[in-house]
Design a protein. Structure first.
Ligand code: ADP
Ligand code: GLC
Length: 483
């Protein structure tokens, strides 16, 4: 029996993306389709979404969605069903999904994403004629209120619900003053409801009400039981026991395949790795790096504390000093951006940076750099190390979250067994990162070993096959619908 799932997300490729959530929400419908799951994705009607979708078909209207008139439009995302919440006063704004052109969060985000959740709950409860759902899958805090509205403000029997945490650092936590404006009954103001540390916790509410909470790697699912990772919600995570599970993200192999990538200078496979050198030359040119045979490290990242970018800054002189080069693509923290510019000026030809967001260039970097640095303090899953593995760009990663689960450290045992795929290090600080870079550099100069690392990574299967099956099994477990 097919299972009909409403996936509620605030971003999804190819329509709107600020990070890995979009990759995952965009890939999920295809990943589960082969297992008899019919997934419909609900997105907010940002300008980019409306533009990509075209006119869409009007399928529902709200006179007042938390006070705003709104419409629901149906369209397609690739081959799959898409619903878009068209509510211009909340979503048709210049800037990003969560903030203005300068990156400052919209002051009414609580209202924007409460309305999104309210709409999702209505849709899941059958408000739209001809569309019935068996289960709701909400992603991150922006979609989490769906579950609160389903529990407290729906007249329909509650649907089974999955809440996926892509990043515990973003919880959608607001002042208690917003509660009366959410349109929830007073009983929702409790520890079993949306109340959290005296305020309203969107993610907390979703976690409280979900039948199963998933996060995007098994290690992160364990880590968030601890204070440093749980960020205040560790008690709730622990209390949910085995209802908290880790399902690793996959990568979309149609988009990330060095054998057929329109964005790179030269295609190659595991067997024709030699052709990578044309991509290395392209990276040198693009980033103004001097030509050379030494390793090029890359970083493709949000420039934030989570990603350890402050520690990266500290090691740049060391990296250049040992003959390494760096090609960095990222955007984020203004202070980090400024210091990166300074480092590039100190090391012309050795450190090249590009501030901004450039999907095509991220492919070229994975294809042309020798190693990708991911020194995250925490990383629920992480996708750039997976793209690195697929492209023979050896990942050098902090041993945390999904990074710990996806990279096999090149220690003597794994090297002897011929299974290593990269380098892991413990603790995101100067000495640990320098030592990891030194290890990568030394291995790079042992061409046979290095090639084995690259080929092992390229052989590893991080497609959606296994994870798609795991989500499908979870949906069946919760709905009781057998295959
Ligand atoms: P997060 O979602 O925490 O930022 P992930 O590693 O899961 O981390 O996903 C990041 C995604 O965004 C990857 O697809 C990565 O390639 C992409 N990305 C990050 N920064 C940039 C950038 N400046 N230009 C292009 N792609 C980027
Ligand atoms: C978040 C996490 C990242 C994860 C992504 C997709 O942005 O920071 O680790 O890969 O979501 O699940």
């Amino acid at each position: 029996m097919p299972v009909s799932v409403l996936s509620v997300a605030s971003e999804a490729v190819p329509l709107v993306k600020t990070g890995g959530l979009a990759d995952v929400a965009g890939a999920l419908p295809s990943a589960v389709a082969g297992h008899g799951i019919e997934m419909t994705t609900l997105l907010p009607g940002y300008p980019a979404v409306g533009k990509a979708m075209g006119k869409g078909k009007l399928v529902h209207k709200w006179d007042s969605l938390l006070g705003e008139p709104a419409r629901l439009l149906a369209g397609k995302i690739g081959k799959h069903k898409l619903l878009v919440l068209d509510c211009p006063t909340l979503f048709a704004r210049e800037g990003g999904p969560y903030g203005d052109v300068k990156g400052k969060d919209w002051a009414d985000n609580w209202r924007r994403f409460a309305a999104f959740g309210r709409a999702a709950a209505d849709i899941a409860s059958g408000a739209v004629k001809g569309r019935k759902f068996d289960l709701v899958h909400a992603h991150d805090w922006q979609a989490a209120m769906t579950l609160a509205y389903l529990r407290f403000a729906s007249t329909q029997p509650e649907l089974p619900a999955v809440m996926t945490i892509h990043n515990m650092a973003f919880q959608g936590y607001y002042d208690a003053g917003v509660f009366p404006r959410l349109g929830l009954p007073q009983e929702a103001w409790s520890l079993d409801g949306v109340e959290s540390y005296g305020g309203v916790g969107f993610l907390k509410a979703g976690m409280q009400m979900a039948d199963v909470i998933t996060t995007v790697s098994p290690t992160y699912a364990r880590e968030i039981r601890q204070k440093d990772f749980g960020m205040g919600l560790e008690g709730l995570v622990s209390s949910r026991g085995d209802r908290v599970r880790g399902i690793l993200n996959g990568i979309d192999e149609a988009v990330w395949d060095p054998g057929e990538d329109p964005d790179i200078a030269a295609s190659y496979t595991r067997r024709t790795l030699g052709k990578r050198s044309a991509n290395k030359r392209a990276v040198e040119k693009e980033f103004g790096l001097e030509r050379g045979d030494g390793p090029i490290f890359t970083v493709i990242s949000r420039l934030t504390w989570q990603k350890g970018m402050d520690v990266l800054l500290e090691v740049l002189d060391h990296l250049a000093g040992i003959g390494g080069r760096l090609a960095l693509l990222g955007s984020g923290d203004a202070g980090i951006e400024a210091e990166l510019h300074e480092a590039a000026a100190r090391h012309p030809g050795r450190i090249g940076i590009r501030i901004g967001y450039d999907e095509a260039l991220s492919h070229q970097l994975q294809a042309g750099a020798d190693a990708i640095l991911v020194p995250s303090r925490f990383e629920p899953c992480g996708l750039t190390q997976l793209y690195g593995l697929a492209y023979g760009c050896v990942p050098v990663v902090a041993r945390t979250g999904g990074l710990a689960d996806t990279v096999i450290d090149a220690n003597p045992a794994s090297l002897a067994a011929g299974v290593a795929t990269g380098i892991q290090f413990d603790g995101v600080h100067y000495h640990a990162l320098c030592a990891a870079i030194d290890r990568a550099n030394a291995l790079y100069y042992q061409p046979k070993q290095w090639r084995t690392l690259q080929q092992n990574g390229m052989k590893a299967d991080f497609s959606w096959a296994a994870s798609g099956r795991a989500y499908a099994e979870l949906y069946r477990e919760l709905t009781g619908k057998t295959a």
